[in-house]
Design a protein around this ligand. Sequence first.
Ligand SMILES: [Zn+2]
Length: 275
Amino acid sequence: MPGLTPGVASALSPMVRRILAPNPGLMTGPGTNTYLVGIDEIAVIDPGPDDDGHLDAIAGCGGDRIRWILVTHTHSDHAPGAAGLKERTGAELLGFDERDGFTPDTAIGEGFRLEATEFRLASLYTPGHASNHLCYLLEEERMLFSGDHVMEGSTVVIAPPDGDMAAYLDALQRLRAMRLRTIAPGHGHLIEDPRGKLDEYLTHRGQREQAILAAVDDGVSTVDEIVSRVYVDVPDALHPVARYSVHAHLLKLAAEQRVNGADLEGKWTPARRSL
Ligand SMILES: [Zn+2]
């Protein structure tokens, strides 16, 4: 398995190379993965943070053959490098919308297809982690660039109101129904068993939801108390961000009329269920 070393391009397939950005952290694992797709004409997926060394490494690898820069979403570890990479290469910026300082030359959504001479990339609208999140499918290799929708080795946080648990789970189910050969995540190594990974994600979220529902049924009424009770398998350092995912689960359960409540800081109670 090619290593994850910042600044060094590693070949993942005949068509795809990866350069790791030097931004490791609690939420980014080893750092953000930037992907270069194509040889004669190159599409860059997620330029990462605005880091000169990283952008120089990408430009050094692709040069003026970089024609397009795509972002999966506009969070700070994925999109801020877009403008600097455009300056270096003259490439076209593509993404869902203008947000967080990112301005696409072309706004794209579900079903957009980028046709290069050697490959085609198709976009899938996958909200949940961010409301402007897209995944990209490299059709020739059935490789899915999943951004932060699916990661390897670190946690996907769903933070309302921009994050939406029901939408997130729907989008995971949709990916599970596709024939994928590999998933190239925004963080971590290439995922060689997409179906297994997606099953793991869906099972994990289902178990969390059941545990959260059981806690509320037992009279545990605040998000903080629910985190302490349910996230026993997660390091304490991640509990502050786990609160957001618990809130997201609770909002989904409230929409399904299985709990009552609304706020991250408020009280949550069991919904009366008819037998
Ligand atoms: Zn990320």
